[in-house]
Design a protein around this ligand. Structure first.
Ligand SMILES: Nc1ncnc2c1ncn2[C@@H]1O[C@H](COP(=O)(O)OP(=O)(O)OP(=O)(O)O)[C@@H](O)[C@H]1O
Length: 284
């Protein structure tokens, strides 16, 4: 309970029955200009996410005649459900104006945690509280590959809640930012993975987001695009948005984020200043 600050108490007081322990509050070390900057925007409280995989069998349970006979004799069905405990008791508080890098080895739970913050995965236990609507921009963000870039821009903008006049106003800027040029008239199935990623980011970032979750979407862009996208993330922070960035490219994390969370086997191994966390991660 020592780690629970007054700030968090006041936010969580509005949630009847909300758990009040094991939440780490991290002060924003680099607050930006907006008056909301520094106030909590995402609270993750002792979050556990468990996937259930049906029909998965261990080596020992795999289908051989002896195992099948034993199951028949014991009147058991096929090997049942397996559980993957992907996020194991994660707690932290993010603030308006934060850009938080999430790092960790393959399978450490980064994407799972982002999907849970976006509300796409229900917690097994614990909770996620958000101020504003989180938007997840991932490698597989919904785009229609058979449609042109142009159609995807229009549909993507509508999906983010823009009206036709706003789409018209933003269209040229999105094409310009994505740098895909005349390819905007081509089906997205003809795009390289970098071009697709640039267009996705250009569409998603055309709107101000309370909480934008970016999962490896910047990984395939070239240097020029990385610079532009980092500049745009900075603008979002200035507008008091909160950005979460999952990336294996640690340079992008270091240049873009004011805070880094290192996940290891579903738990937070370290949380703090990017330089310190990245140094520890690199020497692990
Ligand atoms: N849909 C799913 N069903 C079952 N298990 C899953 C599913 N998605 C992820 N997992 C498991 O959850 C754990 C965490 O996976 P996750 O994708 O969140 O890790 P990650 O840190 O994002 O990995 P990477 O760096 O490889 O993208 C892994 O053990 C993975 O096998």
């Amino acid at each position: 309970m020592a780690e629970l600050t007054e700030e968090l108490s006041s936010v969580k007081a509005e949630e009847p029955g909300a758990p009040t322990k094991d939440v780490r509050v991290h002060p924003n070390p680099d607050p930006v200009g907006d008056s909301r900057a520094g106030t909590p925007t995402v609270i993750v409280d002792d979050l556990h996410i468990i996937y259930r995989v049906y029909g998965a069998a261990t080596e020992a349970e795999k289908g051989n005649a002896a195992n099948a006979l034993m199951r028949l004799l014991k009147r058991q069905g096929r090997p049942q459900m397996k559980e993957v405990h992907a996020v194991r008791g994660v707690s932290f508080v993010a603030h308006h104006g934060d850009a938080i890098g999430i790092i960790g080895r393959n399978g450490s739970g980064k994407s799972t945690m982002l999907r849970a913050i976006a509300g796409l995965l229900p917690p097994h236990s614990g909770a996620v509280y958000t101020d504003g609507q989180p938007s997840l921009l991932g490698v597989n963000a919904a785009m229609m590959r058979e449609l042109t870039g142009e159609r995807n821009i229009v549909l993507g903008c509508y999906a983010m809640g823009m009206n036709p006049a706003q789409v018209k106003e933003k269209y040229d800027e999105i094409v310009e930012f994505s740098g895909i040029g005349e390819f905007v008239q081509f089906p997205m199935s003809t795009y390289s993975s970098g071009m697709g990623a640039r267009l996705r980011f250009a569409i998603a970032s055309a709107k101000a987001h309370d909480v934008l979750l970016i999962d490896e979407a910047l990984a395939t862009g070239d240097r020029d695009f990385k610079r532009k996208s980092q500049e745009r993330i900075k603008q979002m922070r200035d507008q008091a948005g909160t950005v979460f960035l999952v990336a294996h490219n640690l340079d992008v994390i270091e240049e873009t984020c004011n805070r880094v969370i290192w996940l290891h086997k579903g738990k937070i191994k370290m949380d703090g200043d990017p330089k310190a966390v990245l140094a520890a991660y690199n020497s692990a």
